[in-house]
Design a protein around this ligand. Sequence first.
Ligand code: NAI
Ligand code: MG
Length: 352
Amino acid sequence: MNTLEIAVIPGDGIGKEVVPASLKVLDAVAEVHGGLKFKYSEFPWSCDYYLEHGKMMPEDGLNSLKGFNALFLGAVGNPQLVPDHVSLWGLLIKIRREFEQSINIRPAKFFKGLTSPLVNPNDFDLIVVRENSEGEYSEVGGRIHQGEDEIAIQNAVFTRKGTERAMRYAFELAKKRKRHVTSATKSNGIVHSMPFWDEVFNEVKTEYPNIDTSSYHIDALAAFFVTRPQIFDVIVASNLFGDILTDIGGAIMGSIGIAPAANININGKYPSMFEPVHGSAPDIYGKGIANPIGQIWTAKMMLDHFGEYELGQKVLDVVQEVTYSGIKTPDIGGKSSTTDVVNAVCSKIKEF
Ligand code: NAI
Ligand code: MG
């Protein structure tokens, strides 16, 4: 029996609804698999925890997460009671940074049963590999003077290590998909970092002669996400470009409630973290109508991470079938509850 130890952090708001719902799906998967078992340890770290203890997690919190095979997180944030920068930096960003989760991956695909805002979505199926540790989101820079002499300087930092790491990850991922990698650049406008980005891409691609490549400036690439997303397979992008592209990716799928993400540690020193793209949705919390698909899809990405690709694919197929059959939450035009969706998904999984 392969037992996988999962640290579960439901967090705040609908995280507390969609996480338990998705664990039921993982249990159903384990049941049909037979040789696989998930062991969950739940951590109550959240804004509620902050209100009681004055911090989002205990001082040695990260230590207690280190030994797990993966982290499964819902959402963090209760802006009415705790400022967002306190809750996000005290938990989520701390884990991403200190556990060296240097790659963020976000898939987007035409989802059966869901209306894409694109007139012609053409069955697109892509994944963005976003460099998650440096680039434009660096802390290098500063501000001096005030008034009309005021100056703000923000430096982008591109290391060879970080850039190569993201690109290799993209090429390795493409091997398991449609064998195509697109580089998001802007070397016509950004004269130091982006020509460097292009050089590294051209070097790394020679290591993967069986993978096709293309390279587009980010502005054109963003437009292509809208006009012809079906041309893409894996896209590798810097921190900022990846951030923007993945929001477009979520938008063309048709709902933020279904978009998943994974923060990957690739040096194997720490666990990776799986979470949906959406936040804690305080406006619908407690109503039982949160869409669990983003969280279930991130569970699918966790299965992929453990090498269980076939199972992962089945989970995604089942979720699409259930959506297509009309069992869906109000955010995507249905009338079903979180529980209805999860029950339907679990019973279909058990038919495998
Ligand atoms: P949000 O993603 O929580 O909600 C935006 C809108 O989408 C809301 O109308 C919400 O009802 C809807 N929505 C989101 N997920 C849904 C789902 N699964 N099913 C149905 N509807 C869904 O973003 P918002 O409102 O900007 O932020 C709320 C809190 O969440 C803030 O404290 C914010 O900082 C935090 N947040 C946390 C994230 C994380 O933990 N990774 C990511 C984004 C926001
Ligand atoms: Mg974003």
